[in-house]
Structures are given as structure tokens and as C-alpha cells.
Design a protein around this ligand. Sequence first.
Ligand code: F0G
Length: 365
Amino acid sequence: MNEVRRDVFDARRTSRKTIDQSGVWRFREAVLSIDESEIITHPEGSTRLYERDGIFFKHEGENPTGSFKDRGMTVAITQAVRLGARTVACASTGNTSASAAAYAAQAGLRAVVFIPAGKVATGKLAQTLAYGALCLQVRGDFDAAMRLVLEASQRLGIYLVNSINPFRIEGQKTIVWELLQDLEWDPPDWIVVPAGNLGNTSAFGKALVEAREAGWISKMPRLAAIQASGANPFYRSFKENFATRHRVTPETIASAIRIGDPVSYDKAVAALRETNGVVEEVTDEELMTAKRDIDHMGIGCEPASATTLAGVRKLRESGVMRDSDRIVCVLTGHVLKDPDAIKSDKIVEIDPEISAVERILAADR
Ligand code: F0G
């Protein structure tokens, strides 16, 4: 991999080939060694990097199914087809299932998803069903669904596409490489990521180590992984310098990260150590305030993604981050994923009369 020069990736940004337009496969030599004709791509990635109030936001909600999961899924489904799999499966809080369903449909595979009954956001469930996946609503939380799908994949010979699958991680590394590329390979001081099952945290650590080894960057950004305080096992472990692996019964409004026993714990610990990273927790109130602010910037995201900005605020307050630090928050999911989490009093029913319009506008100053 070391011989791949980053200007090869830069040159592909302006290419018209589908595979080069993919923000995953543009980095193909460092993702998966495979013949181009075998790749199942939408294409995905090539998301935008916004700057607002001095903070960068990499919007992974701009992926084909509205979350960062597509970056890992294109690689996992490509690999599934290569292995001759007929059925793929995952446990999910909703985004992985939507992505698996879409890529499985494209590849002509059957998708079976295991979701915590009643705990998946409306947009995500709708997508998963629309793309034709079989939905098993497990009576239990995500962690129970995860245990069940692990057993099912071992016993029933179905191909698992959760982030415990290393090919998912290979694809998700490209979030970091693409944002470095967006910044013309001048690394930020911090990369901030929501932390649930810890696949992304792991992928980001691996991406940064590989980027440094390949000579694409000379400075290591620090990772900040942010959890909801009601689903904070990784934060608890961090506070004890990772002496104990914690497990909790998760509860948070950010249903994407309502996870008490993250599967990629060990890899995420390594990622934190390699990047001199930190873990922070934010309350539901703090993350919902941050979500409203991101929404009102005209960007928008789902609740879990807003942990990033809420985390930055806390880490600045405690002095871990300085105001002058260059920070990239990774927004992991689209605003429409979780419409029920959108609260506003700016909706009024009126009669079809101009006087009503005048009255409401005057009151809304
Ligand atoms: N943000 C969003 C929008 C997510 O959907 C997830 C995870 C995360 C953050 C956390 O990422 O698990 O790699 O630490 N969603 C998974 C799913 C669990 O099933 O869609 P992580």
C-alpha cells in the first residue's frame, strides 16, 4: 500500500468514471484488492465538507441511503458476492439495515435484518422495507439483536455485514481519507465522531495510522469519540484508562447509538491510543440542542450525529480543545432519518385568508 501516492487519489476526483466518483473506490488500492468489474458501487462517498462558525462538518448523511454506512457496505457486499453468498444479514439500529438492504438489492442478494422492536427511527425502517429486506423485529435491544445475528450467521451460513466484518471497516476508512483530501491533506487537530457500536471509531484509527505510514499526512489528528450519556460504556471505560470493559442498559433519544455492549470495543481502544484520542459523553438535552443548531445552519442531521457538536462544546469548555483548534465533526446521518425527533412550534394551521397570514407573521417576529 505504501507505494500508492496521494496524488493518484486527487487526480481521480475529476475523472468521470463511476468507480473514481465513488469516495470509497477512489482509494481502491488501500481498500480492497479486487478486479474493478466485480465492484458493487452506487457510487457512494464524495460527500461535502461544510464550514460553519469555524468548525468543519463532513456530511456523511449525503451518501446514497443517507448515512455513512454505505461506505462500508459497498465493500462488504462486493466481498459477499465474491464469496458466493446468497443471503446477507445484520443487526441494526436502522442505518446499517437500510444500507445493507439497498446494496443487497443492487447485487441481487437476499437481506435479513435484525432490529430492536419499536426502537428504529421511521425513515430508516421505511427505507429498509422499501429496498425489500426481510425485517426481524427482535423483542429486545440492539445488543440482543446483535447476539442473535452472530449466532444466526454462524449456524445458518448467512454472510454477516455488521461492522465486525473487517471489509466494512476498510470502506469506512475512506471517510477520514476523503476529509483529509478535502483539506488538501493538511490534517485537522481533531476528528469528532459519534460512538455506538464503535465500528467507525475503529475505522478512523486504522485510516489515520495507514495515512501516516503511507506518508499522506505528517501530523496525526486526535480522535474524539462522543457517546450519549445514557449509552456510554466506552466513555466509562475511557475514564478508567480502559482498565475495565463496561456494559450498560442503553437509553437515549439518539436511537442510532442506543447500544450498551459495543462489538468493536478492542479495536476502538487501539484507535484511541494510537491517536491520543478522548471519549466524551453528552446528555440527550445537549445533543438535541446541538441538533437544532446544526439544523438551523441549514445543514441538518439526525440526533446521533449531533453528539459531535455537543461534544466539541463540552471539550472546549473543559479546555481539552482550544478555540484555535481545527475541528472536523463527522455528521453520520441525514436529517430525514428520524423525523419524529424534529420538534418545532413553527407550524400553525390557518384558514385560507390573508388576514390570518398577516396575523401570524406579525406574531412570529
Ligand atoms: N451515527 C449514526 C447515524 C449511526 O447509525 C451509527 C450506528 C453511529 C453513529 C455509530 O457508529 O456504531 O460505528 O460507533 N449505527 C449502527 C446501525 C449501529 O445499525 O445503523 P458506530
